[in-house]
Ligand binder design. Structure first.
Ligand code: BMX
Ligand code: ZN
Length: 329
């Protein structure tokens, strides 16, 4: 058994995923609970606290030593202070919360807080689909679209820790309004939230779509899982939305490829439910749009660590999160 174990928490808009992770990336314990977004700031923080307590109880039972707690949170996280800064469109209750300060009132361990997609990227780089590569771009497509960049083996944060916000690249300068306040961001076109919205709009006009049956007429039950299921059954509405999503993602990813020329792109999050055919369609869009010299040996693949990547990465970043910050600043 590995001697150095960490608690990792992935604080999402809907759920909190958490676990005890060894330094070798093994998941020794895992759990999930609702983030309680409707409960407001205190409620979310209490749920975060409870998730960590569950990990500590497990570690205690097994006689395991915990060496630190890592949290991945949406939004811009100041790595030095542990505060969520700027805008936090998908969990606005967290803006200006010093997560690290708050947690250190309850837990006497080294604590590190980073952006959720950065954490996912780090996990995939260390132990997942991007293992062995040094220039990596990860994106997670769920409620929003998050991004993480690894350049020359180092996690890139940017000068104010706000880098790699992949979902907020402009793909249409006068397009849809985004949750972040800007216009035309990739997230407002290609996130799971956007896919569901677009599908609902089309369903109002297409009464024959099989999706109506799958959701038993209740639009509230529509998820990307249902959309992918419907596409397998050759539903026209589902195909149209999914193909269009691939076009949007292709445009965003191609721009990032031209900017960074990564070796590999890893795609995770709920939308990776779309399987290999979804990745293949994104890949063909990217290859069509990106510089041939940047695209020629580019690999695009699904994340390997699935739902666990966020908390695994958060846990692993406890040890090198801060040392990396110093390299950036
Ligand atoms: C948003 C942004 C990113 C985050 C991404 C994925 C906020 C609150 N979030 O673009 O920082 O990485 O969503 O988040 O500003 P998820 O909630 O979809 O996992
Ligand atoms: Zn935006």
């Amino acid at each position: 058994m590995s001697k150095r174990n960490f608690i990792g928490v992935d604080l999402g808009g809907t759920n909190i995923k958490f676990g005890v992770v060894s330094e070798k990336g093994e998941v020794l314990y895992k759990g999930m609970r609702s983030a309680g977004k409707k409960l407001g700031r205190e409620g979310i923080l209490q749920n975060l606290n409870k998730a960590i307590q569950r990990c500590l109880i497990f570690a205690d039972k097994k006689g395991m030593k915990i060496c630190g707690i890592g949290v991945g949170s949406p939004g811009t996280v100041n790595l030095e202070t542990g505060k969520i800064e700027g805008s936090c469109p998908n969990i606005p209750q967290l803006v200006n919360v010093n997560l690290k300060g708050w947690l250190s009132r309850f837990f006497q361990f080294p604590i590190n807080v980073d952006n959720d997609a950065n954490a996912m990227a780090w996990a995939e780089f260390k132990f997942g689909a991007a293992k062995g590569y040094k220039d990596v771009l990860c994106l997670t497509i769920g409620t929003g679209i998050g991004g993480g960049i690894i350049l020359d083996g180092k996690l890139f944060h940017g000068s104010n820790f706000a880098g790699a916000e992949f979902g907020h690249m402009t793909i249409c300068y006068d397009g849809r309004r985004c949750n972040c306040g800007s216009i035309g961001c990739l997230e407002s076109y290609a996130s799971a939230t956007a896919m569901v919205k677009d599908t609902k709009r089309l369903l109002k006009k297409d009464k024959k779509s099989i999706i109506h049956k799958l959701i038993e007429g209740d639009l509230e039950r529509l998820t990307t899982r249902v959309i992918f299921q419907a596409e397998k059954r050759e539903d026209a509405v589902a195909s149209r939305v999914i193909n269009q999503t691939c076009v949007y993602l292709g445009a965003g990813i191609a721009s990032a490829v031209n900017l960074l020329n990564p070796q590999i792109i890893v795609i995770g999050g709920g939308v990776s439910l779309g399987g290999q055919s979804f990745i293949d369609r994104i890949e063909s869009q990217v290859k069509r749009k990106a510089f041939p010299s940047a695209a020629k040996s580019l690999k695009i693949t699904r994340a390997e660590l699935g739902n666990h990547a966020g908390f695994i990465g958060a846990a692993l970043l406890v040890e090198n999160g801060l040392s990396m910050t110093r390299q950036v600043r």
